[in-house]
Design a protein around this ligand. Sequence first.
Ligand code: NAD
Ligand code: UDP
Length: 341
Amino acid sequence: MAKILLAGGAGYIGSHTAVELLHAGYEVAVIDNFMNSSPEAIRRVEQITGKHVALYEADVRDREAVAAVFRAEKIDAVIHFAGLKAVGESVKKPLMYYRNNIDTTLTLLEVMEEFGVKNVIFSSSATVYGEENAVPYIETMKRGVCSNPYGWTKAMMEQIFEDAAKADPALSVILLRYFNPIGAHESGMIGEDPLGIPNNLMPYVTQVAVGKRECLTIFGNDYPTKDGTCMRDYIHVVDLAKGHVKAVDYIMHQHCVEVFNLGTGTPYSVTEIVETFERVNQVKVNHVYGARRDGDLAEFYANADKAERLLGWHTEKTLDDMCRDSWNWQRQNPNGFQAAE
Ligand code: NAD
Ligand code: UDP
């Protein structure tokens, strides 16, 4: 069976993707420097699946270290998850974001070229649609003007992949634009484990519910939406991970340069998330309404028809599943992977 290299594979989405790839019969190797993750996540992937993961601790910007992995493993395709992803931090430390995100991409592409590896899948984001495109976002739209350096790194990396594919007709590229991944593996053994104060909604909700933080601030209730709070297309991380398996199946069988939205197509408001979480889990989430957060759009969601049509992929899990599984992970691991390290 083919071997897939996950750059940044110890992180939230990479670890769930590793589980689904192993279940599907693929072999998995991971390179990660654990700057935002723990090797414990990979140990748990092995426990869940009963299968081995070849784990390499290295910076994906370190060309020699990456080449050594390609020398040791016969890699058939690469999925590039490695990157920094906190929007607010990217505004304060743009150079760090450009350096890490762009350099990892260039190094991976250069080493792939050196070793003749011709299949790559990239973790992009709905943020590349920018502020101008109307919802739902569809892949035929042009990339828009991003509102922060994180978004620009994604837009630039998409461009880099497209240019590399133009220059090398043998290179196959799939750009996956994720919407808002939440949830966790149903075992509760792996999940999202942010460092410090969470930036994203769901980890904040679960940390309030578990008593680590006092109160959630809902950023704005005066948006032009049904209840005044922002609407997003939340997708269960296991559905997202299965989207990667479908993308690998696809890229292994034909040459392609494609972009796919991975979302459900259905937006929910922040208030709906909080209410659903409380109902499904029978737990209180203290919250207050506060000011809008800079750069937030009122609403965005995916048109996910292309992924259904070409990859045969669609989401299966509900918002109730997402809220239940997020809580199951947080309750079993109140300090994330830390306690196990
Ligand atoms: P994550 O931080 O949990 O995972 C990223 C992994 O990459 C971490 O394990 C980190 O240690 C590793 N990494 C970062 N820089 C590295 C480097 N130079 N060398 C080696 N390893 C490095 O994030 P995630 O949520 O799993 O996201 C994965 C990818 O998906 C990222 O590129 C992110 O931008 C993108 N994405 C995430 C979301 C989201 O909401 N989680 C949405 C859209 C796109
Ligand atoms: N949000 C919030 N309080 C928080 C974190 C997020 O109200 O503490 C809102 C945010 O304004 C947005 C939604 O939750 O409308 C999702 O935010 P997140 O940062 O998770 O993802 P984004 O869509 O910004 O990538």
